[in-house]
Write a protein that binds this ligand. Sequence first.
Ligand code: PLP
Length: 428
Amino acid sequence: MSNYRPETICVQGGYTPGSGEPRQIPIIQSTTFKYATSEEMGKLFDLESSGYFYSRLQNPTCDYVAAKIAALEGGAAAMLTSSGQAANFFALFNLASCGDHIVSSSSIYGGTFNLISVTMARMGVEATFVSPDCTAEELEAAFRPNTKAVFGETIANPALTVLDIEKFAAAAHAHGVPLIVDNTFATPVGCRPFDWGADIVTHSTTKYMDGHGTAVGGAIVDSGRFDWMAHADKFPGLCTPDESYHGITYAEKFGREGAFITKCTAQLMRDLGCTPSPQSAFYLNLGLESLHVRMQRHCENGQAVAEFLAAHPKVASVSYCGLPGDKYHALAKKYLPRGSCGVVSFELKGGREAAGIFMRHLKLAAIETHVADARTCCLNPASSTHRQMTDEQLAAAGVPAGLIRISCGLESGEDLIDDIRQALEAVN
Ligand SMILES: *Cc1c(COP(=O)(O)O)cnc(C)c1O
């Protein structure tokens, strides 16, 4: 399947029914699987043969969808998780544990920033944050002998910065560690980070992949290219025997293609259980079937709305990498030639008050803490997610009080612009 173009993989990847089998992926709503002999089952527990035994670890429906996402990203193996948060936590914790260190772009999703800077810090994993715009020297200075991974987002939520994947991959590889890229906003339709040197990709499938506000979920994809054994001293979890699995050494037994995802499933999913439901995986697959068609419209609407806003006298500034004047336009042309996403940030000249009036007058864009939905939605961080901050603090954090984030859905772009125009008329 991975030989086909993304459009074809979106529709048909991951599951190929045999004669007389269901055309759509079956929902295997079963916690457990039966075996004829305990010897057969024992082999599964020893990872001697592959098969299903308990849905906390693996389930066929979830695996069909994971295989589709692996093919879309051009990866070797993938797994679904119950949320994007779980995907990022597992991807990082599969490599770094107490006493280790990670380097991360500072321009990332707030939940991931909290995960790394607070929760993983409590677990003894330290982090250094660097600006995505840092120089090679600044990036170099962030590494320590105990650094185990580098992390960033292709298009950051909510700052909409674009990651220079090649720059981050080169630095990671120079230090013998993999680059993990959260590809949620770009989706593999817009960018395949593995083509630029990333080693592991994560997703909050809750966003564009699902695309209909239906199911929270996540995914981890391994490129299968990172040579763990060449850096065995850094990755004992992959390169020395796992006593909780009868002394299996993942990198030896499963090779570059299988080690990362097998360890992540066999250890982290087994012990932490952030398991997706087969029903949610089925919804996710429905979303994926139209991802390529939807992303095109999301990008067209995002571009049209960004251009309209940029030309409007009541608008102070617009962030959208598809605009020629945008700080990230050159990186977007390189990494996102087919368009970026439907999310646009802009600031009204009238600040917080104007933002409130504007949003009250919108008829199509609902006020929500969500993005990447078929239905257009918007948010003023100063009065919602960031409301504990003063105007001065907001400005310092790069989230001015009048900033509005609008996630353009799949409606008519003309209707969206008409709606925005009439709401702007209400602002003095
Ligand atoms: C939403 C989001 C997450 C978290 O995903 P959930 O599915 O909400 O747990 C992680 N990364 C990015 C870029 C996101 O937008």
